[in-house]
Design a protein around this ligand. Structure first.
Ligand code: GLY
Ligand code: MN
Length: 440
């Protein structure tokens, strides 16, 4: 990377955010956007703090993720202001003095206590203050006006070139760590050991990663959000599903891969899901309704299940009857950016409204029509989950399935392949495949 690339792209990013802020404020009837970075939260009846999570409305402007107690002020027509808390403190690491490609674009005021921020903030009555209630200081409680938030969150789906570059860097880190995780799996490590190998290679731990690593061997792959991490490997080790991301300057990547220990039938099914996944990635094009990609995923995955003898009915019948949902029980993906599950997935417009999910698909997280700049995950999967298979039988749909084939695949858990894909004016840009290719 370069910092050179980021520094050349950042001014245009800021121009876009300034224009969005001006319009959001106009709609809300405010003069200033005021954004606290957030504060530390403490556990009940304890003096231990939870990992700090920066306000996404704050990190949209600045690559700062470890600066509690700071504030951002945006007034259309003026240079944005950063009120930067750098406390006198010998108990904790104090945030480093601001440096980097972004500092010249801000008026920066350093404060030493959280309360001092008030002296540097504009008239609260004229300000849209976006944050959580705990961020309030005397005279400045977040008011979170709906028109302002609806506008900013809707438009946040459209990434600037700077943001795509940030996500490219996150993807590079993720791909490198995924390679290390695969090596640890092939060497016989436990789920916990693979997780540590991943963190080591990423240079990130639980506080840095965009979500908790899912590291699943054998049947654990059938638990969609498996984060337990056994300390010993199972015997024998058959399969490995890893859903793990990385962060870069506040931006996330979200990557899933699945491996078989042997070159067996499960490995062939992984290749078939991979081919289907690439077809779905190719649908990430301007004007495509994302819900259509989800429904197409059902058809392709049901086709894989039929080809491997698991389903005895056509993909169309599997989708129409709900049989495919027993094997693919989550959405095909979601928007991604500052948050691994980006906001406004159902936003009908920049003033509000909700785009419905297709009937029978309650877990889809994105129903918007794709447009250039949107970044989405494409993560089809096939799982062998007892609870859902029992429900299928209870609904009288058991005849659609060859249960002996289910029993053959169940010990492998499941398959998910997930990439992060940018919608452009033309061909989709697959950040994940690009990152793996660069790390080959
Ligand atoms: N990577 C986990 C998820 O998308 O839910
Ligand atoms: Mn995901």
């Amino acid at each position: 990377m370069s910092h050179a690339t980021l520094s050349s792209l950042y001014p245009q990013h800021l121009d876009v955010l300034q224009a969005r802020a001006a319009e959001a404020l106009r709609r809300g009837g405010f003069d200033h956007l005021v954004v606290p970075s957030g504060t530390l939260h403490y556990q009940a009846f304890d003096d231990r703090d939870y990992p700090y999570a920066v306000n996404p409305q704050f990190k949209a402007w600045l690559p700062l993720t470890q600066t509690p107690g700071s504030w951002l002020v945006v007034t259309p027509g003026s240079k944005p202001k950063l009120v930067f808390l750098q406390p006198h403190d010998y108990w904790h690491v104090v945030p480093a003095a601001p440096s980097g490609y972004w500092v010249d674009q801000f008026e920066i005021v350093v404060i030493r206590t959280p309360e001092e921020a008030a002296q540097h903030l504009p008239d609260a009555a004229r300000s849209a203050i976006l944050g959580e209630p705990q961020s309030a200081i005397e005279g400045y409680a977040p008011n979170n006006p709906q028109p302002v938030i609806a506008y900013l969150e809707y438009h946040r789906a459209f990434k600037t070139a700077y943001e795509i570059e940030m996500m490219r860097q996150a993807s590079r880190i993720g791909a490198r760590a995924h390679r290390a995780a695969e090596r640890a799996f092939r060497a016989g490590s436990s789920e916990f050991g693979i997780h540590l190998a991943y963190c080591q290679a990423a240079g990130q731990d639980a506080n840095d990663l965009p979500y908790g690593n899912i590291v699943a061997l054998n049947e654990h792959g059938a638990v969609l959000h498996y984060t337990h991490r056994d300390r010993l490997p199972p015997k024998p080790v058959r399969s490995f599903l890893i859903d793990a991301g990385a962060s870069f300057g506040g931006y996330a990547c979200d990557i899933t891969r699945t491996y078989s220990a042997a070159d067996d039938e499960f490995a062939a099914m992984i290749r078939a899901v991979d081919a289907a996944q690439l077809q779905l990635c190719d649908m990430v094009r301007a004007g495509t309704d994302y819900a259509r990609i989800h429904l197409q995923a059902h058809l392709l995955l049901a086709g894989v299940l039929r080809d491997f003898g698991v389903l005895k009915i056509s993909p169309e019948d599997a989708l129409a009857s709900g049989v495919s949902s027993a094997f693919f029980p989550h959405g095909v993906g979601h928007g991604i950016g500052l948050q691994v599950h980006d906001v406004a997935g159902f936003a009908e417009s920049d003033t509000g409204g909700t785009l419905p999910k297709p009937d029978g698909h309650p877990y889809l997280r994105l129903t918007r029509t794709l447009a250039p700049g949107m970044v989405v995950t494409i993560e089809p999967g096939i799982y062998f989950i007892d609870m859902l298979l029992d429900e299928l039988k209870a609904k009288g749909l058991g005849d659609a399935v060859d249960w002996a084939r289910v029993e053959a695949f169940k010990p492998y858990g499941g398959i998910r392949i997930e990439d992060d894909v940018v919608c452009t004016d033309g061909e989709p840009l697959n950040l994940t495949r690009e990152a793996f290719a660069a790390d080959a």
